[in-house]
Design a protein around this ligand. Structure first.
Ligand code: SAM
Ligand code: SF4
Ligand code: F3S
Length: 470
């Protein structure tokens, strides 16, 4: 059955245990087990945490039974995300009871949102750390070891963890995330992120380029630059003599090596500039793919959401992208049943989807988050069954479009970056094309990390199937 509160085609992982991609030669005297929920930035934060803990002699383990410390890096974006974490914490509580000295820590957005309340509610949680306070984790662990509960949820205006080399956990050794900024200043009324992640700040551009170059030198072939709103990236050096915009940063990363693919996410429709589109056009290794969340196709709802663009503005942006980058993949996020949304306004979202024909969409029904502007200003007045029915209609339309978007690729040849074996069969390889479409083809003599030209001969709703060509 369709789970109406999960993303369709969700690329992000939920609650996976994390262990290093490459076995470390370092010996650790203690082990931590970490599970991450939510967006790619949260997963990337877990890698920063792994680096901070590594300095203290803590090594990561995928086996909770080996661990002295359990960490749950949490997400607050929708109520269901928080419920999932709470259920998991209850399981850890039970587990911890039988293991003397075991510590459990809650990190991330739920830690920030609920603060000390988590220590009260989840009685066996020992440590609560917000997204900007990970450097204090060793001190908080030491405090918790003395039997005290420890909390640090201070948000910062400066912290970017720019100097920390993340320990790459459990990835494929080919593609990696690189955070370029933290926080968000946008105040979309439905969204909890500005409250859990604080003010927007951009990371030192040179530390980003260094990190991406280091990844490339270590065999990685693709980096995804991450931020809640990458187009508002704006870094100025200490004496003010150097200013780097997102377009310039993109160019700097693309220039590391033509064999390093560059992706980025997320673009806010109000901020993405022609300059960025022209840089994408100029560099073959910047992937033709833009995640451009619309949220709603109706201008009144967009205004209530404080998205600061109209339906017409969004459509013009899409037209401009297609004018400059004709084969660019476009994906979106959609929320159904936002406060006061009428049936006609919901139809506007459907008609906008008909116009754009998204290649990928993440779709949700509105979940009121305590403390957000929408929770304070508006009534969450659309009954849940209506929200879910509207979501089902959106999902159905999206499925048709994504099927069409896959079918139109049959017969074409794409350059595919191989990420590893296909889940279906060890004789098949899995990779992605420029537009982020998944492609599976027979392995032959190819291997992970290769760029292979693949001719597509058929497709499923989510995957292209083909064969390598010369
Ligand atoms: N920064 C990105 C942007 O501006 O589009 C997205 C950030 S958010 C982590 C990812 C998506 O979650 C949003 O685009 C939105 O569709 C969805 N979302 C956020 N708050 C929500 C809520 N209260 N209820 C349902 N979906 C929500
Ligand atoms: Fe949330 Fe809006 Fe910021 Fe995205 S841009 S993180 S939706 S407040
Ligand atoms: Fe969730 Fe926080 Fe990301 S609320 S989506 S983990 S920024």
């Amino acid at each position: 059955m369709l789970d109406l509160d999960t993303k369709v085609h969700d690329e992000s992982r939920q609650g996976e245990a994390y262990a290093p991609a490459v076995a470390s030669t370092q010996t650790y005297n203690r082990k931590f087990y970490i599970e991450s929920y939510g967006c790619a930035m949260n997963f990337n934060d877990s890698e920063i945490v792994a680096s901070i803990l590594g300095e203290q002699g803590y090594g990561p383990t995928r086996n909770v039974e080996e661990a002295n410390l359990i960490l749950v890096n949490t997400c607050s974006i929708r109520e269901k995300a928080e419920q999932t974490v709470r259920k998991r914490l209850t399981e850890f509580k039970r587990y911890k009871k039988n293991i003397p000295g075991m510590l459990v820590g809650v990190l991330g957005c739920m830690a920030e949102r609920l603060k000390g309340q988590l220590l009260e509610e989840e009685k066996l949680v020992d440590i609560v750390v917000g997204p900007d306070a990970y450097r204090s984790l060793p001190a908080l662990i030491a405090e918790a070891e003395t039997g005290q509960k420890s909390v640090n949820v201070l948000l910062s205006r400066e912290e970017t963890y720019g100097d920390i080399s993340p320990v790459r956990l459990d990835n494929n050794g080919i593609t990696s995330f690189v955070s370029i900024m933290r926080g968000c200043n946008n105040m979309c009324t439905f969204c909890v992120v500005p409250f859990t992640r604080g003010r927007e700040r951009s990371r030192d551009a040179h530390s980003i380029v260094r990190e991406a170059a280091e990844l490339f030198n270590n065999g990685y072939k693709e980096v995804t630059l991450l931020g809640q709103n990458v187009d508002s990236y704006h870094w100025v050096n200490d004496n003010g003599s150097e200013t780097i915009t997102f377009a310039r940063l993109l160019e700097m990363v693309a220039q590391i090596d033509p064999m390093l693919r560059v992706r980025f996410s997320t673009s806010h429709p109000k901020d993405i500039t022609d300059e960025v589109l022209f840089v994408m056009k100029k560099y073959e290794n910047i992937c033709n793919y833009i995640h451009l969340p619309v949220q709603s196709g109706n201008t009144r709802i967009l205004q209530l959401m404080n998205r600061t663009y109209t339906r017409e503005w969004y459509i013009k942006k899409v037209d401009r992208i297609r004018e400059i980058l004709p084969d660019c993949g476009i994906s979106t996020d959609v929320i159904t049943g936002f406060c006061t949304e009428t049936e006609e306004e919901h139809q506007d979202t459907l008609s906008l989807m008909e116009y754009v024909h998204y290649d990928l969409a993440y779709m949700y029904f509105y979940s009121e988050r305590p403390g957000t502007l929408a929770a304070r200003r508006y009534q969450d007045d659309i009954p849940e069954e209506v929200k879910k029915r509207r979501l089902a209609e959106i999902v159905e339309l999206y499925r048709r479009h994504s099927q069409e978007s896959m079918e139109k690729e049959v017969g074409k040849t794409f350059k595919v970056l191989v990420e590893g074996p296909s889940k279906r069969s060890a004789d098949q390889l899995f990779g992605r094309n420029d537009q982020n479409k998944a492609i599976i083809f027979p392995k032959e003599h190819y291997k992970k990390g290769d760029y292979v030209m693949v001719k597509v001969d058929s497709c499923t709703s989510g995957t292209l199937l083909g064969k390598a060509v010369e």
